[in-house]
Ligand binder design. Structure first.
Ligand code: GCB
Length: 618
């Protein structure tokens, strides 16, 4: 019996992720969930550190939630039934310490700084379900694997640390109004996950983004896309998707009052209504004029409001055309991290600080590396007038030949595009970073490119490629480049190779593709406040000279249409061990971890002033 049981358990565990994906597929993700009527569950959550996963497995390593009774795990939230506490219960959430949500655990308790493993979170809330309403439990992101339980019952399992998780909990809420949600979050790294074991950023664990419950009517607007048609500034195109009973044959109204657009649509048998309406009078969104229109969608008793900008983006030879006009992308790379209080950015204040620095640098563009950033960040970029490169964590050496790894990457890409498709700011979907060429990798990446195009043909698709060198000649000929709209690559002349900053102007580029060239990364480390001569590594002067000479070197690329130097601010990275210069920080920031602008900040600022003059005449 035993081996068979084990085999069955293994099977259940194996299909676990797919079962939960199915659970997700049954209730599609709500578009603009934060814009709904919500019950906020942010704040203090009690937590239990569980490195041995005692709350998940019994002493024979069988998962409690796969057992017949489904009971025995910490998600039961057991309490002794008698006052004498005679029962053996070896945990108590309510007497345990609390973590703030949203927020990674590493930066909230010194003993968790390097922790990788399982932490259980618990929050009680009161919500009495109203008849005729649906309720969705929503997590902005949990890193990395989450098992979520409501009132002791499992909702599902998800992988991926940076995209929203949502479950329809309408039928799981307690009729008394007393509910509790328990999350098992596990940030253990694995070779076949996305990202894989090796990254150059901190593996921040936990519930890192907002948690809330969204309420909708029984028939509700699940999804919508309201954007200009591909390369067509005169047509507004998209769809509205209803879910729930009676979703077919319903009237949906699209109203952009300010632009005099009001359109009544009928949903088909699947609850979908597509539209294409003339849009000549719409003011175009651009970094110079980030015009957003209040857009309202109504159907029956449901109503959703959004603020949406309208623009086109396309390429022509080596040109990038924004609203038909040639543009230079004056960018900067950004991690989802606040350098001042290290840890994942926790809210709009942190995000606004980062984008305000980017504006001060003279940017019209940001690379939100290396994974999907917060939906609030995308909305802020819309509002502040910053174009966005959005990316999935297909980073370095992914398990290219593992079908489950591919599926995982594709799900993360799908969720990112679903979340960001109404944001005018997003102009590039990036399918990965510095992935080393090979046949299996080309197959994997080409499939991701095709998937991205099938989901959204109105934006550019790219990836940060690598280059190779022969003497002073740099060649960019990665075959993946043929599938992409931009030729983007990372180059670290003057830091990882190429000699001193003063020596890098000798390099010339041979780029195989007649497409706009975007240098997706370059840079070097400087410890803020450390001054020496321009040949002394780690000094601000070295970094400054590196940038000055980079600009000279890059001026030899005729198709150069944009840059995202690495990086806006110093950020935490476990790989960075030098006890004097790094101390656990990647120091390539133009701004230090104390918020001090380094000399190179001003070098970039001046270069961007010149490029703005050249392209925008100001
Ligand atoms: C890279 C990576 C980036 C690293 C950076 C560095 O090429 O894409 O994630 O942080 O280099 O500083 O080495």
């Amino acid at each position: 019996m035993r081996p068979l049981l084990n085999a069955l358990t293994a099977l259940v565990l194996l299909v676990g992720p797919f079962a939960s994906h199915n659970l997700r597929a049954q209730s599609a993700q709500l578009q603009n969930a934060p814009g709904r009527r919500i019950l906020n569950l942010n704040g203090s959550w009690n937590y239990i550190i569980d490195p041995y996963e005692n709350g998940f497995y019994d002493y024979r390593r069988e998962a409690f939630d796969q057992s017949k009774s489904g009971k025995g795990g910490y998600y039961d939230n057991q309490k002794p039934s008698s006052k004498q506490e005679t029962e053996l219960i070896e945990y108590d959430f309510d007497k345990s310490a609390a973590l703030q949500v949203p927020g990674d655990w590493n930066s909230q308790d010194p003993k968790l700084l390097y922790y990788e493993g399982t932490i259980w979170y618990k929050k009680s809330f009161s919500l009495t379900p109203k008849p005729g309403k649906r309720y969705f439990l929503y997590f902005g992101a949990i890193n990395y694997e989450s098992h979520i339980y409501l009132n002791g019952k499992k909702l599902g399992m998800r992988k991926g640390g940076f995209t929203p998780i949502q479950y329809d909990i309408t039928d799981r809420l307690s009729s008394t109004g007393d509910n509790f949600v328990i999350v098992k979050a596990d940030n253990t790294r694995h070779a076949d996950e996305v990202p894989t074991i090796n990254t150059d950023w901190w593996n921040y664990g936990g519930i890192t983004r907002d948690v809330f419950i969204a309420e909708t009517p029984a028939t509700y607007i699940t999804d919508y896309k309201v954007q200009l048609a591909k390369n067509d500034p005169n047509t507004l195109a998209g769809y509205v998707q209803l879910s729930g009973e009676g979703k077919a044959g319903q009237t949906v109204t699209l109203n952009i009052a300010e632009a005099g657009i009001k359109k009544s649509l009928k949903t088909d048998a699947e609850g979908r209504a597509t539209f294409a309406v003339p849009a000549k009078k719409l003011t175009r969104w651009s970094p110079q004029n980030p015009k957003l229109y209040p857009v309202s969608l109504t159907s029956g008793s449901d109503a959703v409001q959004d603020r949406i900008g309208f623009r086109t983006i396309q390429t022509k030879g080596t040109d990038i055309l924004l609203n038909g006009k040639s543009t230079f992308l004056r960018g900067i790379s950004i991690h989802d991290e606040n350098p001042l209080i290290p840890g994942r950015a926790r809210g709009e204040g942190d995000l606004r600080m980062l984008l305000t620095w980017a504006k001060e640098l003279g940017c019209n563009y940001v690379r939100l590396a290396h994974y999907p950033h917060n939906e609030a960040m995308l909305k802020l970029a819309d509002e502040m007038g910053l174009l966005v490169w959005a990316e999935v964590p297909v980073y370095w050496t992914i398990a290219w030949e593992n079908p489950a790894t591919y599926q995982n990457a594709e799900t993360q890409l799908t969720d990112l595009i679903s979340m960001g498709k109404n944001r005018a700011s997003i102009v590039v979907w990036s399918v990965g970073n510095e992935t080393p060429p090979s046949d299996p990798r080309l197959k994997f990446m080409t499939s991701l490119v095709k998937k991205a195009r099938s989901l959204d043909d109105t934006r550019l698709i790219s990836a940060a490629l690598e280059l190779h060198r022969d003497g002073s000649k740099i060649t960019v000929d990665d075959p993946l480049g043929a599938e992409l709209d931009l030729t983007s690559f990372n180059e670290y002349a003057g830091w990882y190779w190429g000699g001193k900053p003063s020596e890098i102007t000798q390099y010339t580029f041979d780029i195989k593709y007649n497409k706009p060239v975007i240098i997706s990364e370059f840079g070097g480390d400087a410890l803020g406040g450390y001054h020496a001569d321009a040949d002394t590594r780690w000094s601000e002067e070295y970094q400054e000279a590196l940038y000055q000479n980079q600009f000279k070197m890059l001026s030899g690329i005729a198709g150069l249409r944009g840059l995202t130097p690495w990086i806006l601010t110093d950020f935490r990275a476990t790989r960075r061990q030098h006890p004097v210069y790094q101390n656990g920080f990647n120091r390539k920031g133009l701004i230090s971890n104390t918020g001090q602008k380094k000399k190179a900040f001003y070098t970039v600022q001046e270069y961007y002033r010149q490029m703005a003059q050249k392209y925008d005449g100001k």
